[in-house]
Design a binder for this molecule. Sequence first.
Ligand SMILES: [Zn+2]
Ligand SMILES: [Zn+2]
Length: 258
Amino acid sequence: MLIEGVGITMLMDAGEGVQIRLREVGVEPAQLDLIAITHLHGDHVFGLMPLLQSVAMRIESMKIKRSVVLVGPQGVDYLARAAIGSFDKDYLTIDVRLIEDPRSSVVVVDGNTVVPLPIAHGDVRSWGYYVKLRVSGGRYVRVFYGADGVPEEFTIEFLKRNGVDVLIHEATYSRVHSAEALRTGHATSDTVARMAVSVNPQVVILTHISQRYGSYVPQLDEVRTRFKRVYLAEDLMTYPIYILPREELDVSGDVLFP
Ligand SMILES: [Zn+2]
Ligand SMILES: [Zn+2]
């Protein structure tokens, strides 16, 4: 998922085919300022190494100096090193920020704040990302991207304290398949509906839907029974978040931890 603000382009997760998608939306790999990886499952990370190679290749050919921030759990550092090992270090620097504790892992790039927040995903450590994105007119939009799993209590408390405008969350399963969701450490429509009610964002966007549902995705209606402002993400869908900021909201200060 791509988040674009004023002079900043961030990519959340890099599954297989990410470069094709970037090309389809007209974004050059070398244009990315920050890449955040939620966890090391293949569907979130298989595209990272080829993507970083493209970034390195492009930057080396343009002979410019550039730094890209890479945020993620331990392991993304190895992938980054392996991907750009053979390229000239004079040009591209990958500024790797491994997540230890959310309080010490806040990343600020050009006035935009990115905070990793813990998500329970079976036996894999996963991180959701809270982004305070600078948009036009010195205003901010607060986005949370949660994948994969069920947000921990700390995360919900953080989101309640700091506020969310756009909540993008995985809803792999319908509530009908909650036993399977529990077994695989995924969210259901119930997980997202509960979260939406307690965090009260302006809009909810569901993503990471299990293939089994085909053209009718029950999660959308299931969430809608409890929270009206919900949409389903589709490939290449664009959501114009700049229309969202409420002017009276002062969110320019630091983030607050629970
Ligand atoms: Zn996963
Ligand atoms: Zn996944």
